[in-house]
Design a protein around this ligand. Structure first.
Ligand SMILES: [Ca+2]
Length: 204
């Protein structure tokens, strides 16, 4: 009986393992702290980039930041607080470690369905947090069209955490993906949004 119970338990474990597609974003809940020598890195697996709305570099980005925050995270002990102001965008890029190298391109399987989701808290009207996944072909050209992007916009969640999610079959020629967030598209002056539990994985 014990052997049978163990067999059933192991089969359940195997089944659970088969249904859970690997998470493709490193440090998706911002729980890992930056190492001492990582300088301005927001958290392992992520990079921050401040730009104007027309993507130009800016001289004074003091109104913008993306920092780990331990006040009221959605899960664990930490989330990420994004601040934007002065008409600038605070952009956050997933920088996955693939074969020992850090880069923004995540390998994907063309023609398959992918899931993208995240939790956001956007208390102030006028603030918008946009999260999206952009797919690229083997020559690293961004793909266009209905199945080329996974995009959601979080705005005015109040003080609650809300989950935003998209799932689409991607183009056959899709080879890479980039996971990206931007705060600052809203109409308000100073804009603040909190982000936690990003998920990007093959749909199974
Ligand atoms: Ca977290």
């Amino acid at each position: 009986m014990i052997a049978r119970a163990l067999l059933v338990a192991s089969l359940v474990t195997v089944a659970a393992g088969l249904t859970a597609a690997p998470e493709l974003v490193d440090n998706p809940g911002f729980e890992l702290p930056p190492a001492g020598d990582e300088g301005a890195a927001v958290a392992p697996g992520w990079q921050v980039d401040i730009r104007s709305r027309d993507a130009a570099e800016v001289a004074d980005a003091s109104a913008c930041s993306a920092r780990r925050d331990d006040r009221a995270p959605h899960s664990g002990g930490w989330c990420l607080r994004l601040e934007a102001g002065g008409g600038l965008l605070t952009q956050l890029w997933a920088e996955p470690e693939i074969e020992g190298e850090r880069g923004r391109l995540i390998p994907v399987e063309g023609g398959r369905r992918y899931d993208f989701s995240y939790w956001a808290r956007v208390p102030d009207p006028g603030t918008i947090l946009v999260g999206h996944v952009i797919f690229y072909d083997a020559d690293r050209r961004a793909l266009q069209g209905r199945h080329a992007r996974l995009k959601t916009s979080a705005d005015q969640t109040g003080d609650r955490w809300l989950r935003f999610e998209r799932s689409v079959p991607i183009e056959e020629e899709a080879t890479f993906a980039v996971v990206h967030f931007a705060c600052g598209w809203g109409s308000g002056g100073r804009q603040t949004a909190w982000l936690d539990d990003v998920q990007f994985s093959l749909h199974e």
